[in-house]
Design a protein around this ligand. Sequence first.
Ligand SMILES: [Zn+2]
Length: 86
Amino acid sequence: MKAADIKDEGFLAAVERVNDSEDHWALVWDIEAAFPGVPRKVLLAKARRLIRRGVLDGCDCGCRGDFYIPAWNERRVVAWREGSTS
Ligand SMILES: [Zn+2]
């Protein structure tokens, strides 16, 4: 199992599901739960590639991650500016 075996769309969908359903960053543990049996270092390697390409944001150092889809964060920023956060 290596990072290339994980589909970009699958990884991004797992992050976005947490972003949208919990209105929160996706943590490393959320990603692990979405990919049972995949070693954390493989998931972090996948995250690193996606972050480098600019389609994901967060930290791949092995901390809790705080992964998010850039567009999700932009929507949050707009909401904050408009004072409509719940
Ligand atoms: Zn980190």
